[in-house]
Design a protein around this ligand. Structure first.
Ligand code: G
Ligand code: G
Ligand code: MN
Length: 430
């Protein structure tokens, strides 16, 4: 939603810089861009006073990083203490890496950063960032993240309120749909659709994760059976928490459930993320090795993030490596991401593992994967996680997109891509 001139008029901007010249220059630029309500401060202390004052309280702060006394980073930390609810633009003569890192730091403080400006500041770039600000709707109430109690999560599992969604994993070269990742959601009777980051941690901390994984697995395997019976060969991936790998009967449990559903272990991928440090690794190691011996696939999820790291690759017989989405999206244009992406891909290849790129969000990402030879791709560009019932329809759309947008690589016949024909569709829809 764009703001009119009138609304621009009401936006209060604070410019913080220790150089009087910069203050003048930025004020001038802002006025020319149609933002007349500008306050200037030459120190962090003065700026915080302004933040606290009801008359001055800014909606947006342009903040210099290098300042004597309080520097920009310290200022941002103080902003959090002063409960600043507005947005921020960083201004500095530092190099791009420093600015990017600082941006991440500020975001970690839950302050909205519109971006950064290199000195000398270009009026066009400032204009573009402000455009971004006025397109956002600052009045929009922030959706508060609720974390649920252990009892609520326990009840949800017992009452069958958890539902599986499935996100396709496709071969980069041909576009063929190779499998799906199961992602659990909680269909909350009052709050609607609740995402896993609001309850998986709770389940892990309160001994509920075995029950949760069990529920997810049973439903996913039942679904896989339906797909198989309809002639759809899809590999089924399920997320497994490290906390599931504490009881030695886990491999037999999984093998039993798969056998009951008639799904061969070769068609099941267990995606493991280590979200917190584990103590004794002997039990999880034994469990994972036994699962591998039973021919289940093991995938190291969110590789490069948190504790999913090189030590895990050394110790655990993974055969799939999922490059975390933070190293995939925009890797085509960012040298740092590109280096990490390349290294991860090369590791996977040298260790004989299949590489999956997560977080493929746009055509640029997709084209980049084709150039670099990653095996599988997953992400919003291909499909968002969806209920099982939506999968056949999506596969048909995907088949058409592959052809019409020429998404499959040169020499590939995208006709085979969907691996789904009318008979299959009919069976699934009936
Ligand atoms: O779409 P998304 O918000 O679904 O998933 C967020 C995170 O939750 C991901 O890191 C994913 O691995 C995790 N997750 C999703 N489903 C499950 C599950 O069934 N079990 C576990 N342990 N983690 C899951
Ligand atoms: O951690 P894991 O890889 O299991 O979780 C997948 C998570 O990533 C889910 O929350 C899923 O909804 C989300 N996801 C899937 N594709 C994309 C994407 O293209 N971009 C972003 N930002 N998130 C994605
Ligand atoms: Mn996963």
């Amino acid at each position: 939603m764009k703001k009119t001139m009138n609304e621009k008029y009401t936006i209060k901007i604070l410019v913080l810089d220790d150089e009087p010249f910069m203050l003048k220059l930025l004020t001038h630029m802002l006025t020319k861009l149609g933002f007349p309500q500008v306050t200037t401060c030459d120190s962090g202390r003065a700026a915080l006073e302004c933040v606290d004052s009801p008359h001055c309280a800014p909606d947006l702060i342009l903040c210099d990083l290098n300042m004597p006394e309080m520097d920009g980073i310290e200022f941002v930390r103080k902003l959090v203490e002063h409960q600043y609810a507005g947005s921020l633009i960083l201004v500095s003569g530092e190099d791009e890496r420093v600015l990017q890192t600082t941006e991440k730091l500020v975001q970690a403080h839950q302050i909205t950063v519109l971006g950064h400006l290199n000195k000398p500041v270009s009026p066009a770039r400032l204009g573009a960032l402000l455009e971004k600000y006025t397109c956002l709707s600052p009045q929009k109430p922030k959706v508060k993240k609720v974390v649920y109690s252990a009892d609520e999560v326990r009840t949800a599992i017992a009452n069958g309120e958890l539902v599986n969604h499935y996100q396709p994993k496709v071969a980069v070269a041909s576009g063929r749909v190779v499998g799906v990742e199961t992602l659990v959601r909680w269909n909350h009777p009052l709050d609607g659709m609740v995402f896993p980051d609001q309850f998986i941690g709770v389940a892990e901390e309160h001994g509920l994760i075995d029950a949760l994984t069990h529920t997810v697995l049973i439903a996913a395997l039942a679904q896989a059976k339906i797909w198989r019976q309809a002639g759809l060969a899809l590999r089924l991936a399920v997320n497994v928490s490290m906390d599931n790998l504490k009881s030695l009967d886990f491999p037999d449990l999984v093998a039993g459930l798969a056998a009951e559903a008639g799904v061969p272990p070769q068609d099941v991928v267990l995606e493991v993320t280590e979200s917190r440090l584990m103590g004794d690794l002997r039990v999880p190691l034994e469990i994972l090795t036994r699962l591998r011996l039973k021919r289940f696939h093991l995938s190291i999820d969110d590789f490069g993030i948190g504790h999913s790291s090189l030590a895990q690759l050394r110790d655990i017989p993974f055969d799939e490596l999922k490059i975390d989405r933070s190293f995939v999206h925009r890797a085509w244009t960012d040298d740092t991401l590109r280096a990490i992406y390349d290294a991860s891909l090369s590791l996977a290849k040298q260790l004989g593992m299949e590489a999956v790129a997560e977080g493929v969000e746009d055509r640029d990402d997709w084209d980049f994967l084709q150039r670099t030879g990653c095996y599988l791709a997953q992400g919003y560009f291909i499909a968002k996680p969806m209920p099982a019932a939506d999968l056949p329809g999506w596969m048909e759309d995907w088949r058409i997109r592959l052809q019409e947008q020429g998404l499959a690589g040169a020499g590939q016949h995208s006709l085979s891509a969907g691996l789904i024909n009318r008979t299959v569709m009919g069976k699934l829809e009936s």
